[in-house]
Design a protein. Structure first.
Length: 190
């Protein structure tokens, strides 16, 4: 069985810790950050953050955790977590400029079947503001909408279709699978 290749974009505290933990579970991980001095330092085991046990875990991951300053390397991934820390001022207001730029850049290089997950903390409604991304990046298994329709969660063409589970398992139903002609990529937030 081939494990999915996991990518992390943004090597701040959240990205480094999360990527290292996923690699420790055996997944091949690509860690992207545009700062080449940061990624080369991380590749040598030099951590810009302090977390108990993290240096040992990073060293144990070896070649399963790769660092890169080339965003195109994320095109190899099945799933990419957007994971930079979001700067927030003393009043609690977050500067989302950097994360928006990062999401747009990552969306351009991902394979059509790859999944993008927003791992960092963003305010409610943030993902609805991503309607400017290519429609293929917003469609898929999760909540969907047509750009400009104002109906987050509604797939293109109307309400979600429902289908019975096989073997008559009572009244429980699950959403219908996407049609083969539909793009399966999507943006998700945790």
């Amino acid at each position: 069985m081939n494990l999915p290749r996991v990518g992390f974009a943004g090597m701040t505290h959240l990205g480094i810790v999360s990527a290292t933990a996923i690699a420790a579970k055996g997944f091949p991980v690509i860690c992207y950050d545009p700062d080449s001095s940061l990624t080369s330092g991380l590749a040598k085991g030099s951590l810009p953050i302090v977390e108990p046990g993290l240096p040992e875990l990073l060293a144990a991951n070896g070649s399963s955790q790769r660092f890169s300053d080339q965003i195109a390397d994320l095109s190899e991934c099945d799933i990419v977590y957007i994971a930079p820390d979001v700067p927030t001022d003393d009043t609690g207001k977050s500067d989302l400029t950097g994360i928006r730029r990062l999401i747009e850049a990552v969306a351009k290089v991902l394979d059509r079947d790859s999944v993008m997950v927003i791992l960092c903390q963003v305010p409610p409604g943030f993902t609805r503001g991503l309607r400017h991304l290519p429609p293929a990046r917003l469609q898929g298994h999760g909540p969907r909408h047509q750009p400009g329709d104002g109906q987050a969660g509604a797939p293109p063409g109307g309400p979600q279709r429902r289908a019975r589970l096989p073997h008559g398992r009572g009244r429980h139903r699950e959403p219908a699978r996407p049609r083969p002609s539909e793009h399966r990529s999507h943006v998700c937030c945790s």
